[in-house]
Design a protein around this ligand. Structure first.
Ligand code: ZN
Length: 311
């Protein structure tokens, strides 16, 4: 029988799972709930059981499984040790060894979920064909993953690629989720964009399609597409922060591509158009050819990347 891989994307409410062949084709995908009771001690046993059940259903022998990759929501070091996942109630332990033991010795590799999703986009998504890329997720916060020579930049503390917490503005009074002030994600996330929309909306006297009770990223970009002046003003400010931040990262890493995903990226090409001027203006000239692309795997990036971890 041909060899198989499993990719697992562990989230706060569900665990997404996929069975893959070695070419990266997904053969089956499914989800199980994340049971967080009692310090999350049931999470890995549930995952192991789901994999064993899938193996039995598909007549997959242990020898045919190259491995199981898992992305987890917290900093994970090179040895598969997670440092904290407050969200799951977990302490410090080796996710890699624990899950491997539960799977009777099948090889397991673990990584941080955002980094693993970046690897997925490189393998089968918007970053396909690239070996040096940065994936940026613009959601409630800003996540990131840096891939160098086809490998995740894990960092010394498992926090490599945490681009959301680069300091980009002095004098910010609001506190970021990390405890600092003036972090990139305070402006470049969907939340940051909504805050900008609120500020601009409050002081605007002209006609606009925006409504006080719907100042979301989607409403702003829909307005830009419709030619709304206020929306264009908000998107320009947002694009300034996003473009500058991405220029800083690009000038440091010199990637072939930036791949942008997350809820805000649903706006499509218009998002890239709004960040491009500030990006080009601020990026180091030698890195200017970096391709800025949209992510294509959506919520599946994590399972693809997790499977790729074991190859
Ligand atoms: Zn922060």
């Amino acid at each position: 029988m041909s060899k198989r891989l499993y990719g697992v994307d562990l989230g706060g409410t569900t665990v997404k799972m996929g069975l893959f062949d070695t070419e990266g084709n997904v053969l089956t995908k499914w989800e199980i709930p994340t049971v967080k009771d009692q310090g999350g001690k049931q999470i890995l046993p549930d995952i192991a059981e789901a994999i064993k059940k899938n193996m039995a259903e598909n007549n997959i022998a242990k020898e045919d499984v190259i491995g199981v990759g898992i992305g987890v929501p917290g900093p994970v070091d090179k040895d598969g040790v997670i440092y904290k996942a407050a969200n799951l109630g977990w302490g410090v332990f080796s996710v890699r060894n624990t899950l491997s033991d539960l799977l009777d010795g099948i090889k397991v590799e673990a990584g941080n979920d955002a980094n693993v999703a970046a690897l997925g986009e490189m393998w089968k998504g918007g970053g396909k064909g690239h070996k040096n890329m940065v994936a940026v997720t613009l959601g409630t916060g800003v996540g990131g993953g840096i891939i160098i020579d086809g490998k995740i930049l894990t960092g010394a503390h498992g926090a490599g690629g945490e681009i959301g917490h680069m300091h980009v503005r002095d004098g910010e009074t609001r506190t970021c989720g990390c405890g600092n002030h003036g972090c990139f994600e305070q402006y470049a996330s969907a939340t940051g964009l909504a805050n900008m929309a609120k500020e601009h909306f409050a002081g605007f006297k002209g006609n606009t399609c925006l409504k006080a009770d719907d100042l979301t990223a989607k409403a702003v970009f829909d307005g830009v597409k419709a030619g709304d002046d206020l929306c264009k003003e908000i998107a320009a400010e947002y694009g300034e922060y996003l473009g500058k931040g991405l220029a800083v990262i690009t000038s440091t890493i010199d990637p072939e591509a930036l791949v942008i995903g997350g809820g805000v990226s649903k706006a499509g090409q218009i998002l890239i158009d709004c960040l491009k001027p500030a990006f080009i203006e601020n990026v180091f000239a030698d890195c200017r050819d970096c391709d800025i692309k949209l992510a294509t795997l959506g919520n599946d990036a994590g399972t693809y990347g997790a499977a790729k971890l074991v190859l």
